[in-house]
Design a protein around this ligand. Structure first.
Ligand code: PLP
Length: 348
């Protein structure tokens, strides 16, 4: 950070929601989980209770697994839904395509990602159907999974109807369905719908429920609504080095998040601050913004303006799409957002 900056570095951090630490509730639960000797590898009481709480949350008898990060969650879940000679349809902007170093292909032993056109991060139904039906011969991988990201990598949301339309097409052609929910909490808080309605009732077979970005120290939950598809998942996790022996540290923080809807409170806070920033930027003339529906703001800034902002110490990404991305988290403050908006205005 340059010497001119008078504020601590974390304040200037809008690069990602994972630049924030763990929220106090999750951290307290993490510390509390440290007490005593308890069974390992998920055979403990805390993990059992958390799984039950997640079944309650989703109002269905689903199977739940905890892994260390989102790349593992996505790629192991996808690998369990297809064979090596099959294909996984995703948006061309999907994290599984752009940011997982080929892990979905690796863990599936070669299943091919088939890229769907996207608009603001969302796939369109006609194009997905075209991808499924255009080839039926054995020279091309057979489409077997449709994965969508909610909230999307570009900060937008699929409506429940849009999810249902996509999953209906998938089901009609015998594909399984997966949701990358690294920002599931933000999507749910924004849409104000039930977890069941946004997942299995909308045709989702497997959800990767993001914990890290909503404020856990680490860890994601993989939730199989279609339990038959997750039959061997424990073995797959173990082989991939994703079975925590001190599982209590992965699972216990979830309890604190689920208590009193803490997770939705934090996600709602992040969404509100993104909206606040988007409103400030909308008031500036000539700035193109993407719809800010969850906890990020994408804005087209001139290169010199971005250079000035970075010189002041603001941290943000430009590698997702072509715009500058400012990401809010549970830890982002109103003061930081207002300061950022003022500095963006001054940078132009
Ligand atoms: C952050 C993120 C993930 C998970 O990434 P890891 O760094 O592996 O935890 C997955 N999908 C999306 C859309 C993400 O933003």
């Amino acid at each position: 950070m340059p010497a001119t900056s008078k504020v601590p570095g974390y304040y200037l951090q809008f690069a990602s929601d994972n630049t924030a630490g763990a929220c106090p509730e999750a951290l307290a639960a993490f510390n509390a989980a440290n007490a005593g000797f308890i069974s390992s590898y998920g055979e403990d009481e805390v993990t059992r209770i958390v799984c039950d709480r997640l079944r309650q949350l989703f109002a269905t008898d689903c199977d739940v697994y905890f892994v260390f990060n989102g790349t593992a969650a996505n790629s192991l879940a996808l690998a369990s839904l297809c064979q090596s000679y099959q294909g996984v349809i995703c948006a061309e902007t999907a994290h599984v395509e752009t940011d997982e170093c080929g892990a979905p292909e690796f863990f599936s032993n070669g299943a091919k990602l088939l890229l769907a056109r996207q608009q603001d991060g969302k796939m369109d139904a006609a194009n997905v159907e075209h991808l499924i039906t255009r080839r039926r011969d054995q020279h091309y991988p057979r489409p077997k999974v449709l994965t969508l990201t909610q909230a999307t990598e570009l900060g937008t949301l699929y409506s429940l109807d849009e999810i249902a339309v996509l999953t209906a097409i998938a089901k009609r052609h015998g594909l399984h369905t997966h949701m990358d929910g690294a920002r599931f909490a933000n999507a749910l808080a924004a849409l104000e719908v039930s977890p069941a309605d946004m997942t299995w009732r909308a045709g989702i077979d497997v959800l990767c429920f993001g914990g890290t970005k909503m404020g856990l120290p680490l860890g994601e939950a993989v939730v199989f609504f279609n339990r038959a598809l997750g039959e061997d998942f424990s073995w797959r996790c173990k082989q991939a080095g994703q079975l925590a022996s001190k599982m209590r540290f992965l699972s216990a923080p979830w309890l604190a998040m689920l208590d009193d809807d803490t997770w939705l409170k934090h996600a709602g806070h992040a969404n509100r601050l993104a909206r606040r920033l988007a409103e400030r930027l909308a008031a500036l003339p000539g700035l193109a913004c993407r719809p800010a529906q969850a906890n990020s703001v994408f804005v087209q800034l001139p290169e010199p303006a971005m250079a000035r902002l970075r010189q002041t110490g603001w941290v943000f990404h430009t590698f997702i799409g072509d715009m500058a991305r400012f990401m809010c988290s549970w830890a982002t403050t109103e003061a930081a957002v207002d300061h950022l908006a003022a500095d963006i205005a001054a940078s132009l």
